[in-house]
Write a protein that binds this ligand. Structure first.
Ligand code: ADP
Ligand code: ZN
Ligand code: ZN
Length: 662
């Protein structure tokens, strides 16, 4: 009798696979149930092995108990994308698998991987094509649909240039060829509007896939995609490895967006993983943006990406003018300068809409005793509590703990408190009193939490005449609000002077994106940037509205300084209940690497949020000009850490291509 041996990935935070045996031949990527310690777990067949090391040691190799499905989870190239991700991000293989397996398939239960419905027909609703493509759109569609096999294309389309219509035409092409399409967007809130555009264009089910759906809904969509019932999926980053049958194209909209990066647990970029997937599947990928990432622009420069431009808006209108408003001598009311309010009044009088962007939710970010200066802080994080008026609570934006609002000061017992700074709620309140007759629509994490809330808000925005929209990032991204003719940006300064990684890239993208929400219907549209640094060199360059110029300059700068994307960066992060444990561990890591050539190390340093959920947080930077070299160093470190007592006292993680030092 033949016995086969398999490397099995187990859904536990372990970096290795385990050897199991079976009398059956099992395909890679198949779910099996295995004994693990005294538990029964789901494992995934990673590979077949000829001669296991443990062979001959009694009891060392256990038997696979059962094969759970008749089909593997993933076909070969998605499977290999997972292996690639585990290797590239140095993350435990089982957890990487879990990220892309629907929750309901991660445990032993009755769910099976099998077709659930007969294949239904897909067709294109020709009646939906109300308008003719603009010249630029037409050219872009032609260029992009030429792509065969692996070819990443950057679709650089200014805001309002009609990128969505280009995506629709490319998707039509795929459907005609009976191929499937995957479209990724950075935020759940962007899915409803895209979904409705696709539903209008196609007859046949369009699948949504994101983390706010129930596990059973997610499983259903996943199975339908896998077996060909659904040919178009719109999803957020967790959908990047959706096993679509006969996939012909991947589209990543707003490719520059930081939300494609997962920063908790398995830290990966869905954009980068999407590119890897398209390479392994040998299919084209389109990355769309009005503010492309430096990374993409570098690859265009190296001819590794093709670039396709849409430089004019669909209506031929000019992008709005950006104006820096010096607020050094202006008293602010809830973050707004008087001059700003009066410009807003003019716009409202004309029956148009204003968008106010402030990158902070809640009422006030600082709640302070008027007598002794005590400030409300989170007990488990190094953060100030934000006062939320709507909930009448002080909330930590790091750990979401909610505290009762103090009646008297815990230090001096006085009962007079002050609010400092402004968040969306406070801006909303100020606007309600300044514009009592105008509808004020707040869009933030708190106002969009409920299912369907965002759809209702978007509807309200479209059906209102004069209105003021107040919101965070959520409002800045991708939306099409034709009645907005003025955008106001309240706290851009944080971004201009931030010590964060690639801060200038981020702030320029944000300013251009927010300004892109305005003036889709109007040549006189404006963007007011309230600032205390009106002479800032970078602000003045961004203000010209020419993102590409600014991005090129950032690239030149980063090249000179050997910063990403011209080098690779890894943060080795450590967190523990004591600072000493972090420092002991990180200092030992620095020492261990001290005589390695080809890498630069900075640190240990405290993270920007130096304490979170009760743990202190520190990191070191490890930088190298070569990715492969860095990879080797990190592999070496992983093995070393295993032997150290210092590593047992901390939780450590590699953060590859990090986007922040939070
Ligand atoms: P982008 O994503 O490039 O900022 P959108 O895709 O949101 O732009 O398109 C902006 C608006 O232009 C949408 O309302 C869309 O319906 C409209 N639109 C797209 N293409 C055309 C066209 N060829 N002619 C007229 N309007 C168009
Ligand atoms: Zn006090
Ligand atoms: Zn907290």
């Amino acid at each position: 009798m033949n016995i086969f041996y398999y490397d099995v990935a187990v859904s536990l935070p372990l970096r290795q696979c385990f050897t199991y045996s079976s009398e059956l031949k099992i395909k890679k990527g198949t779910r099996v149930s295995i004994p693990f310690g005294n538990r029964l777990l789901v494992g995934v067949i990673n590979k077949n092995i000829q001669k296991p090391q443990l062979l001959g040691k009694i009891g060392a190799i256990k038997e696979i108990i059962s094969i759970m499905d008749a089909y593997p989870l993933f076909e070969k190239s998605i499977f290999n994308s997972i292996l690639w991700a585990s290797d590239y991000y140095h993350h435990p293989i089982g957890e990487v698998f879990n990220t892309f397996i629907p929750t309901q398939l991660r445990k032993i239960n009755n769910n099976k991987i099998e077709p659930i419905e007969k294949i239904s027909e897909y067709s294109i609703n020709e009646e939906d094509k109300k308008f003719n493509l603009t010249k630029d759109q037409n050219k872009a569609v032609k260029e992009l649909s030429k792509a065969k096999g692996f070819l990443p294309s950057l679709l650089y389309g200014v805001t309002g240039s009609g990128k969505t219509e280009v995506y629709l035409r490319l998707a039509e092409d795929c459907i005609r060829k009976n191929k499937a399409v995957l479209i990724l967007v950075p935020e759940i809130n962007l899915t409803p509007q895209l979904l409705s555009r696709f539903e209008d264009r196609f007859d046949g089910e369009i699948g949504l896939y994101h983390s706010r759906q129930t596990p059973s809904k997610r499983l259903k969509i996943w199975l339908k995609a896998k077996f060909g019932n659904i040919k178009i999926i719109i999803g957020t980053r967790s959908a990047v490895l959706m096993p679509l049958k006969d996939i012909g194209l991947i589209i990543i909209d707003e490719e520059h967006d930081q939300s494609f990066r997962q920063s908790e647990g398995f830290k990966f970029s869905a954009r980068d993983l999407g590119i890897k997937r398209s390479q392994l599947q040998d299919i084209p990928i389109v990355l769309g943006s009005a503010t492309p990432s430096l990374q993409s622009l570098k690859l265009v420069g190296e001819k590794k990406f093709k670039k396709v431009d849409i430089l004019s808006r669909v209506d031929g209108r000019k992008p709005p003018k950006l104006i820096a408003l010096d607020i050094n001598n202006s008293p602010l009311i809830g973050g707004l300068a008087m001059e700003t309010i009066s410009v807003m009044q003019n716009v409202i009088n004309k029956g148009e809409q204003v968008l106010v962007f402030i990158n902070r939710r809640g009422f006030a970010p600082l709640y302070q005793c008027g007598s002794c200066g005590w400030v409300a802080e989170c007990k488990s994080c190094d953060t100030n509590l934000v006062f939320h008026q709507s909930r009448n609570r002080l909330i930590c934006h790091r750990c979401e703990s909610a505290y009762a609002v103090n009646k008297c000061c815990p230090v001096c017992n006085e009962d007079e408190f002050h609010f400092h700074g402004a968040g969306t709620e406070r801006v909303e309140e100020v606007l309600e009193s300044s514009f009592p007759k105008t509808s004020i629509i707040r869009v933030d994490h708190d106002s969009t939490k409920k299912v369907g809330a965002m759809e209702a808000i978007v509807k309200k925005i479209h059906s209102s005449e004069a209105a003021i929209l107040v919101g965070t990032q959520m409002l800045a991204k991708g939306h099409d609000f034709p009645k907005v003719t003025l955008s106001v940006i309240l706290n851009a300064d944080n971004g201009l002077i931030s010590p964060e990684i690639n801060a200038l890239e981020k702030i320029s993208q944000l300013l251009i994106q927010v300004s892109g929400r305005a003036g889709r219907n109007n040549n006189l549209a404006k963007v007011i940037i309230q600032t205390r640094y009106p002479d800032d060199i970078n602000l003045n360059k961004i203000k010209t509205g020419n993102y590409m110029n600014f991005a090129k300059q950032c690239l030149d700068n980063n090249m000179k300084m050997n910063l990403p994307p011209y080098s690779t960066l890894c943060l080795l992060r450590s967190s523990s209940p004591t600072q000493k444990s972090n420092l002991d561990f990180l200092e030992k890591a620095v020492l261990t690497l001290s005589n390695r050539r080809g890498i630069n190390i900075i640190g240990p340093l405290p993270s920007l949020i130096s304490k979170s959920k009760g743990n202190y947080r520190h990191h070191i930077y490890i930088q190298s000009s070569k990715k492969t070299f860095l990879n080797k160093v990190l592999k070496f470190l992983t093995v070393e850490f295993d032997k150290w007592p210092e590593s047992k006292k901390v939780k450590w993680a590699f953060d590859i291509d990090p986007i922040d030092i939070n």
